[in-house]
Design a protein around this ligand. Structure first.
Ligand SMILES: CC(C)(COP(=O)(O)OP(=O)(O)OC[C@H]1O[C@@H](n2cnc3c(N)ncnc32)[C@H](O)[C@@H]1O)[C@@H](O)C(=O)NCCC(=O)NCCS
Ligand SMILES: Nc1ncnc2c1ncn2[C@@H]1O[C@H](COP(=O)(O)OP(=O)(O)OP(=O)(O)O)[C@@H](O)[C@H]1O
Length: 197
């Protein structure tokens, strides 16, 4: 059984980038957002249930994220209903990945790790963080969300300060080089613990 690290952080804080740094250290990576992409794609396991709940959200056999974002913006209950469909499927995908993983450390990139209770399944947690102004600039620079959509998603997430309080490790994502050093130190510490176990 691999040592499980739950990697989290609020929107735009640098989870995906930091996950790649763990991969460079030889850790297997599983990405919850990527799992959602597979579930929404043609033939994906969430498509039928989403089509039943939100007929306008499915285009040509796949869930349209733009359509979902419009639906969520107009209906305060929609995100919760989407989560009820998606989260059990994401958990099943994660468990199947962990069961097959071969690396000594497996990193699970999960935006809602603390909000969704997934932290209890982890051996350690890593929270990525950056100042709020940097976070906002990063998310809006991607152009995938309006400011209102960003604020709405942010309001659904546990505040960064609360996440940091719960973390086993914190990674400050000010530069990639600095983040890489912090990741290398975390991996070294965990591997040392595994050797002595
Ligand atoms: C809201 C949606 C349509 C936005 O799609 P989009 O492609 O623009 O963004 P993407 O999926 O890359 O998510 C970006 C970030 O938004 C945040 N986020 C996404 N969903 C949620 C949510 N339900 N609650 C809080 N934050 C969320 C996360 O930080 C995530 O990393 C999409 O995220 C979605 O369908 N979310 C519901 C499924 C879910 O809960 N996913 C979270 C991981 S399990
Ligand atoms: N250590 C870092 N130093 C400088 N910039 C970074 C660092 N980590 C991430 N970034 C930048 O921040 C932006 C968001 O990064 P990334 O996609 O990794 O975040 P995320 O937390 O996975 O986002 P989301 O929550 O939206 O899925 C990107 O433009 C990325 O280049």
């Amino acid at each position: 059984m691999s040592f499980l690290i739950g990697l989290t952080g609020s929107i735009g804080m640098g989870k995906s980038t930091t996950a790649r740094l763990f991969a460079a250290e030889g850790c297997d990576i599983w990405d919850a957002d990527a799992a959602v992409h597979r579930l929404y794609d043609v033939g994906g396991l969430a498509v039928e249930s989403i089509a039943t709940a939100f007929p306008d959200a499915v285009h040509e056999g796949a869930v349209s994220r733009d359509a979902l974002k419009t639906i969520i913006s107009n209906d305060p209950t929609a995100l919760h209903r989407i989560e009820e469909i998606v989260h059990p499927l994401v958990t099943a995908d994660r468990r199947a990945f962990v069961a097959k993983a071969t690396s000594d450390i497996v990193v699970l990139d999960i935006p809602l790790l603390f909000e969704g209770g997934g932290a209890h399944d982890m051996d350690a947690t890593v929270v990525v963080t950056a100042p709020p102004a940097v976070q906002r600039e990063r998310v809006l620079a991607r152009g995938a969300m309006t400011e209102a959509q960003f604020e709405m998603i942010l309001s659904k997430q546990m505040p960064d300060a609360e996440k940091r309080k719960r973390a086993t490790y914190i990674v400050l994502t000010d530069t990639v080089e600095h983040a890489s050093e912090q990741v290398a130190a975390i991996v070294a510490e965990v591997r040392k613990g595994l050797e002595n176990a």
